[in-house]
Design a protein around this ligand. Sequence first.
Ligand code: ADP
Length: 268
Amino acid sequence: MIKFKEIEFSYGDEKFIENFNLNLTPGKIYGLLGKNGSGKTTLMKLLLGIEKIISGKIYFQGKNQEENLNYFRKNIGYVFQNPEDQLVAEDVEDELAFNMENYGYSWEVIRERIIELMEKFSLDGQRKISELSGGEKQRVAIASALTLKPSLLILDEGTSMSDKKNRNKIIELCKKIKEQGKMVIIITHDLEELNFIDEIIYLKNGAIEFFGEKQEFIGKILRDEFQEPMELPSIFKMAKELYRKRNIDLSEIIFSSEKVCDEFWKFY
Ligand code: ADP
C-alpha cells in the first residue's frame, strides 16, 4: 500500500536520507520509532509531500505521489505531534466540518459525520478550540483526521496527551481501522505502546536500523543487540537484566508487568 523507492532527501547541503526503501502493507498497525532527530517526522512529511524528495518515488495504493498528491492528502489522515499546529477553526464543529467542506461534501453528509465523530470522541461541538485541554485538542485532531475516512491514519505521538481512558479509546480505534483492512502508523517513544502494534520501523540517522515483527524487535532490545542505547521502561529493564544474568527471554510476556515481576522475584 505504501512504497518508498530509492528516496533521497536533504534539508541543506548534506544528504539526510539516501537510497531509502520501504514497503508497508495494509491491515497492520506500524510503529515508527527512533531517537529524536532520527527522521520519523521527515519520513511522514515526505509521504504527504510537505517536504519534497530530491529523487526516488513514493507510491500509495499504487499511485505515484508526483501525479497524485491530492489523492495522498485526501486518503491519509495525519495527526501532528502538537494538535495546535493543525486546528484551524474556532469551535469543534467547524473544525470537524473543515475538510469535508473543502472537498465539497453536502451539508447533510457533513452533519451526519460530525455527529458520529463527536459521539465517538466524546466531543461537544460548541466548545471553543482555544478553551480545550491538550487531550481534548488531540481528540479533535484525530476526529478531524478521520472525517474523510482515510485508508491510512498517522498518529505522531497520538496518545501522549490523553488520560488512560481516552488512550484506550484511541487504541481501540486503531485496532478497528486495522480490522477494516486499512493501515495505522504510530510514531512513538513509548515502548509500552508496542503492545498493540504489529510491526516496527526503527530509524537511525535517516536510515532503517530495523524493520520487522514487534516480537523480534523486543527480543533484540532484551538481548541488547542495538548499538545505540534506548530509553527503556522499567519492565523492559527488568527483563533485560534477567536475560543478561540468567539468559531468560521474557519477550513473550513483556506487556504483562505482573508476569515479568513474578519472574524477576524468583531470582532476587
Ligand atoms: P524525528 O521526528 O525523528 O525527531 P525529524 O524528522 O524531525 O526527526 O528530524 C530529522 C533531522 O532533520 C533532525 O536532524 C532535524 O534537526 C532535521 N530537521 C528537521 N526539520 C528540519 C528543517 N525544517 N530544516 C532543517 N533541518 C530539519
